[in-house]
Design a protein around this ligand. Sequence first.
Ligand code: FPP
Ligand code: MG
Length: 363
Amino acid sequence: MFRSSFVRRCVAKEIAKPGAGSAVLTDKDRPFALVQREVETIKGHIQQLVVNRHNEVLDHAGSYALAAGGKLMRPALVALMAHALSPAELSQRWRTEPISSLDHLPQNSINPFLRLAEVTELIHTASLVHDDVIDNSDTRRGRLALHRVYDAKRAVLAGDYLLARASFYIATLQVPRVVILMTTALEELTAGELMQMDGCFDVDRYEQKSFCKTASLIANSLASAAVLADSGNEQLETTAFEFGKHLGIAFQIVDDCLDITGDEKDLGKPKLADMKEGIATLPVLLAARQDVRVDEAVRRRFTQEGDSEYCLSVVEKSGAVAEAMARADEHCKLGIEQLSTLRPSPARDSLENALALVLNRRA
Ligand code: FPP
Ligand code: MG
């Protein structure tokens, strides 16, 4: 196995950092219990999708970025939607070896839903690798961020590599509509990150940003699951998309509220991090509607002495966190409305429970 001294140095740095490990879904995340087996399969297999026999940095960086795991919420949602729409498909045997060329594509041995779920996680992981470079973050999921293991240039290229692999595996599904949906998600992720970088100073812009940055990948991957289940059924595609959109936006709003009210131990990061980074969260934007000084602080991105403290005091007095949570709750209700158009099934119930989990999560 190749290992240049550069890669050896980086690997040594990585194992010197405690806390490496994965947080796969457990029984307490009950909405996902139904797809625990699929999630475990994905976890065991996804690394194989990024093996690179030609370049050791890509080989190691790809595996490093995926090894931490996270909760694999996005693949779990895709698997649940697949069960809800097309249960029989999921029990099909699916290929476990990486595919090196479209010429050798064994058509009948790939479970398309599980492949889609993996691709969704690859894209999410690529975006986090790039996000950590942009945010200059030291850690990700309890380990050194990839650009701290290597450097920013290599981390950007490693993120590109994950995207390249994701694009390849999207292509292997050979469903043009899925290519359109998933590449739209890529575009919107990028636009969302730029909107955040340039600043969101009002609630409308915030909602656009949250859709692009957080909800689009979930919405488009669930819509893709609907396409795989019943190609050409536009109604089903829209239902799955809208469910994912509302879940994703609710997820982002709760994230914003946790930045203010959450427990640092549960969160694994300092509170009020968003304001420190110049980012206005929904509670702060709601408070800005009532208080011109908060609005001014938002627009100068909390750069003046005392801005954050003042905004926090207005958020606390004005009940803006409760108002934001009520909006998250509204999105969850809209998500449930979408589900009501699907036939009853344990998977549909689990998708509904996933909305409740998003709303009640502490980290
Ligand atoms: C986490 O944000 C970041 C994202 C959800 C998306 C980041 C998107 C890009 C960097 C655009 C490039 C896209 C691709 C597909 C490569 P955060 O900083 O709010 O959360 P954190 O606390 O987890 O870092
Ligand atoms: Mg970040």
